[in-house]
Ligand binder design. Structure first.
Ligand code: C2E
Ligand code: MG
Ligand code: MG
Length: 565
């Protein structure tokens, strides 16, 4: 078509064709003068065709932008001329654009020209930058994420920084906030806590969100350990200040694991593992505190993790090695055994007999308490189903079982399957249930009580022991902690507390039990005060149920002291 007959205006046709091409196109000669360009080039550069044609490019464009019209080495027409490079230029509207200009040398008749095609890739570059931002930042808080933290740790390890500290921070009870107030409140808490963290660090520190409720702070130049320790205090304070979340006030606490590193060669994986180990210990030590990594702590945690794995295995094998012992509760009025408390023990393959105080806290920290609690209730109900006469069964329940899973549904199912009369079952809870989340605790207690199960407040007198518990929930029974029973004959305060609880029970019409009764004198005093039930070594230690069957289920002697067969 371009080789047309006489009179045909080739230039006009070529111009018309290139004018419909949306990318800016220009052609210049060896004198750097623009000899042809299309409409979109005029639009893009913001000049009319007339003002561009035949002017040298360096008079039209600022020095730093004239590169668009040159090749990479600024040696147009010297090399082979084929060239492609990315430039930043300001367009007619004053916006900075990213463009790729492709330049080719063409020989037309006797002259050489440079043809340039400009492709605007601004949108692509912007989305790439955004993608990069997203890849290294957390969407909810805008804080650096784990990938960026890792990169900064690597930089710190490689660079000139002589010492630094890494803090791993985890919010305690975050799941409860989510469960009770909804995920929106949970998100808000994460955002606000992240902002608080950012406000208490130095500009050179990195605050990152690792996942869920886990944050980290990298502190370069932390040779002075005081700096990190001071920061830990401020983080703990920042967490414990109440949070205002769309109208509700929420209190949480945080646990912190700290690792200090010097110029010695540690890789970032090992560093993060150490921070994790220290955090694990802070959580195991009751949360709301910070722990610093040491080799000794590492050893201890490894030992604990093996222990935890052993319990998991035992539960998966249907409770292999776990056993329940039973301790009788006797009436101080009739001297009769009225029921038994189930107390767990663990025959560990290498550690021998492990008592509950040595593994219940671990089961709680690891979450295994949910499965363990179900195992205990199932086994205890199955055992009690065959007792003649059908005495009461007391089972301990951890506050953690109230916080996670549906305890009421589990109790209903297990009791139903065992076939025991729910009125024979007593669940022993501690005040933790009412302290951690009273609303949820009371709701669950009411559902369990509606099944006909009785609720006992265990270990009363220790902890906060607020009288308001009795207003929050109508307990059926209260157990005086054994520490008061142990001291009541020698310490007038302990004795007063025992007496006060007994009279409180009378006033509130709830049964009072004394645990840890070891002597006849204690028993006599409790009897005299009008305490309803007693439990303790004087009557019997916790034993396997086979020990009692047929003998202990019969009356206890009038003296009140149980005589073993
Ligand atoms: P607890 O529920 O207050 O149980 C009473 C503890 O006092 C038992 O310790 C019992 O053996 C001990 N004891 C009873 N009479 C006497 C006495 O006269 N003198 C002394 N010094 N101690 C006495 P044990 O079996 O070691 O259990 C300790 C705690 O572990 C229990 O305290 C309970 O809080 C927890 N626990 C036991 N079994 C379970 C269980 O199945 N689930 C849960 N969640 N916790 C359990
Ligand atoms: Mg108990
Ligand atoms: Mg107790």
């Amino acid at each position: 078509m371009l080789n047309s007959p006489e009179g045909y205006d080739r230039a006009a046709h070529v111009q018309a064709i290139i004018d419909v091409i949306p990318s800016p196109i220009f052609v210049k000669n060896k004198a750097h003068r623009i000899v042809m360009l299309n409409s979109s080039a005029c639009d893009f550069f913001g000049h009319s065709r007339e003002s561009l044609l035949n002017y040298p490019d360096n008079t039209l464009f600022p020095a730093d932008e004239v590169r668009v019209f040159h090749d990479a080495d600024d040696r147009v027409f010297t090399g082979n001329g084929d060239d492609e490079n990315e430039e930043q230029i300001t367009d007619a509207a004053g916006r900075v654009r990213s463009v790729i200009t492709r330049k080719r040398l063409v020989q037309l008749d006797d002259a050489e020209y440079l043809v340039g095609v400009v492709t605007d890739i601004t949108a692509y570059r912007e989305s790439q930058a955004h993608g990069h931002y997203l890849a290294f930042h957390d969407a909810l808080t805008g804080l650096p994420n784990r990938a960026l933290l890792t990169e900064r740790i690597e930089q710190a390890l490689l660079g000139s920084v002589q010492s630094y500290a890494l803090l791993y921070i985890d919010l305690d009870r975050f799941k409860a906030v989510n469960d009770i107030h909804g995920h929106q409140a949970g998100d808000e808490l994460i955002q606000k806590f992240g902002a608080r963290l950012s406000s208490i660090v130095r500009a050179s520190d990195t605050v990152a969100r690792l996942s869920g409720d886990e944050f980290a702070i990298l502190l370069p130049h932390a040779a002075d350990k005081e700096v990190a320790e001071d920061l830990c205090r401020r983080v703990l304070a920042a967490a414990s200040q109440a949070f205002e979340l769309s109208g509700v006030q929420v209190s949480v606490s945080a646990s912190i694991g700290v690792v200090f590193a010097g110029p010695e060669s540690l890789d970032e994986v090992e560093l993060q593992r150490r921070a994790d180990v220290a955090l694990y210990r802070a959580k195991g030590d009751g949360r709301g505190c910070s722990r610093v990594f040491t080799e000794a702590l590492d050893q201890a945690v490894r030992y604990d993790l093996v222990f935890e794995a052993d319990l998991r295995k035992a539960l998966m094998a249907g409770g292999r090695g776990l056993e329940l012992h039973y301790q009788p509760l006797v009436s101080l009025v009739t001297g009769q055994v009225e029921g038994f408390e189930a107390l767990i023990r663990w025959q560990h393959p290498t550690r021998g007999l492990v008592m509950p105080n040595d593994f219940i806290p671990m089961a709680e920290a690891s979450g295994l308490i949910i499965q363990l609690g179900e195992w205990v209730l199932t086994k205890a109900c199955a055992d009690a189903a065959s007792w003649v006469p059908p005495l009461h069964l007391s089972v301990n329940v951890s506050p953690l079982q109230f916080a996670h899973g549906d305890l009421a549904a589990m109790v209903e199912r297990v009791v139903g399957q065992s076939g025991i009369d729910p009125a024979r079952l007593e669940l022993e809870i501690t005040e933790g249930v009412l302290v951690d989340d009273a609303v949820r605790g009371v709701a669950l207690l009411n559902r369990i009580r509606a099944l006909g199960v009785r609720i006992v407040l265990d270990d009363f007198g220790t902890g906060y022991s607020s009288l308001s518990y009795f207003r929050q929930f109508p307990f059926d029974k209260v157990k005086i902690d054994r520490s008061f029973v142990a001291d009541m004959l020698t310490n007038s305060h302990a004795r007063s507390i025992v007496e006060a609880v007994i009279s409180l029970g009378r006033g509130l019409e709830l049964q009072v039990v004394a645990e840890g009764v070891e002597t006849m004198d204690q028993l006599a005093l409790l009897q005299e005060q009008g305490c309803a039930q007693a439990q303790g070594y004087l009557i019997s230690r916790p034993m396997e149920i086979s020990f009692f069957v047929g003998s202990a289920l019969r009356a206890v002697s009038e003296s009140g002291a149980y005589t073993a067969p």
